[in-house]
Write a protein that binds this ligand. Structure first.
Ligand code: IMP
Length: 430
């Protein structure tokens, strides 16, 4: 039995969805603990493509229970759409397969409206949010005015909270942002209907986890976004509004830290970033465009093109520290096939200083120049390779360099989008 957290080590979109899906073969429970439908994972299973934003990827394995923890911000309309999409594909999502914490905060229409209005007003200094209302929903959680799943199940309490919130939000929308105010009756009708539909799924996730853990079940905690989008440890303010680091698997689901056994860090073989913010290894040339095209680097949530760059071990090593990683998973190695010379950032030069971890201040990071190690590329198609020793020598060299630069063992290597296109070196559930 093992309880494993899976975390992105870069700025999100590392390919966690596929890894979680693969590991779910051994997991009894898959738990989301932060973020919301700003995340998006594309899964290819038996040739069919699925995109999810809220439902944990484990839903595709019929023997696995999926849990949405209290640390998530949940847009009920989006969740219901995902449930219906799965239902239409023949996979019924029942309360035996999915439970939502009663403490999970609900994304309301005014959160989305405020997210958009704020970004618009910021103009060129905007963060580039996904516009899903994530930040404003977390703001309400912290200022103790948020609406939680269990409020949706009590019409009188919901109405009272809605009115109180709407009075303030409409004032902001109308008076400050010059945007359209929202109508209470329409929101109430829509959300109380969501409440009725989701009532059978509302549960005490912390108690479910405790019982599962006591029964010796395997628990898998699925991080969303990446370490450097963490609200505290990321490239603030160009971050998301939750803690994306492994420690939040505990707070965001209601399990104690001594119950976590392993933390797996997902490292894309190169780096990408969506939205604004510093990105020292960004490639603004043909190689960047090539990686973007071959890697299909367009947001699963917003469709925006992702900025692409070389692998940055300064970023990865900071993630190792912040998450206490026990193993690494390298994803999308196949995307680098055909690039004659590959580069890996090994440190930053910042004025007269050399840095081996991401500096805490944005200005300092913006002034950093990466120092690269160059490695020869490979031309052979690697998507059919299933054993490390069958990879081209230069691909093995690239992986060895990552292992040496990070001092963390590699557990899995993904060589294509399909579940089977993977080299398994160690299964964290062993
Ligand atoms: P928000 O989470 O929508 O508030 O967006 C804040 C920042 O996080 C923006 O730069 C987004 O592009 C980024 N972001 C949010 N979710 C993801 C994700 O799942 N992958 C990559 N970037 C994300």
């Amino acid at each position: 039995m093992a309880n494993v957290v899976v975390i992105g080590t870069q700025w999100g979109d590392e390919g966690k969805g596929k890894v979680v899906d693969l590991l779910t073969e051994r997991a009894d429970y898959v738990v989301r603990f932060q973020g919301g439908n700003n995340a998006g994972h594309t899964l290819v299973v038996e040739g069919r493509q699925f995109i999810f934003h809220l439902i944990p990827s484990g839903i595709l394995h019929t023997g696995t229970v999926c849990l949405i923890g209290n640390g998530v911000v949940l847009d009920p309309g989006v969740l219901i759409q995902e449930m219906d999409k799965l239902g239409a594909a023949g996979l019924r999502v029942t309360p035996e397969r999915l439970a939502i914490s009663r403490y999970t905060h609900v994304i309301m229409p005014y959160h989305r409206a405020l997210d958009e209005a704020r970004e618009l007003r910021k103009g060129s200094t905007r963060i580039g949010t996904t516009g899903r209302g994530i930040g404003p929903c977390y703001e309400d959680k912290v200022c103790r005015s948020g609406i939680r799943i269990h409020d949706l199940l009590d019409p009188a309490r919901f109405q009272e909270k809605l009115e109180a919130n709407l009075e303030e939000k409409n004032f902001m929308l109308k008076q400050y942002f010059g945007a359209e105010p929202l109508e209470s009756a329409r929101i109430a009708d829509e959300y109380l209907a969501y409440g009725e539909r989701l009532a059978p799924f509302a549960a005490n996730v912390s108690e479910i986890l405790q019982a599962a853990d006591r029964d010796g079940r395997n628990l898998l905690f699925e991080g969303a976004q990446g370490t450097h989008l963490d609200i505290d440890h990321g490239t603030y303010p160009f971050v998301t509004s939750s803690n994306t680091v492994a420690g939040n698997a505990c707070c965001g689901s209601g399990i104690g830290p001594t119950r976590i056994h392993k933390v797996l860090g997902i490292v894309k073989a190169y780096t990408t970033r969506v939205g604004g913010g510093p990105f020292p290894c960004e490639l603004l040339d043909e190689t960047g465009t090539r990686i973007q095209k071959v890697g299909g680097e367009f947001g699963a949530t917003t469709g925006r093109p992702r900025r692409c760059g070389w692998l940055d071990t300064v970023v990865v090593n900071s993630s190792i520290r912040l998450n206490g990683l026990s193993g690494l998973v390298i994803t999308k190695l196949d995307v680098l096939t055909g690039i004659p010379t590959l580069k890996i950032a090994v440190k930053y030069r910042c004025g007269s200083q050399e840095l081996s971890s991401v500096p805490p201040e944005l200005k300092a990071l913006e002034a950093c120049e990466p120092v690269y190690e160059e490695l020869p590329g490979w031309d052979q198609d690697i998507r059919r390779v299933r054993r490390l020793e069958d990879l081209p020598a230069n691909a093995r060299r690239y992986l060895k360099a990552i292992e040496e630069l990070t001092s963390i063992p590699l557990d899995l290597i993904s060589v294509g989008p399909g579940r089977e296109e993977t080299i398994v070196l160690r299964n964290p559930f062993d």
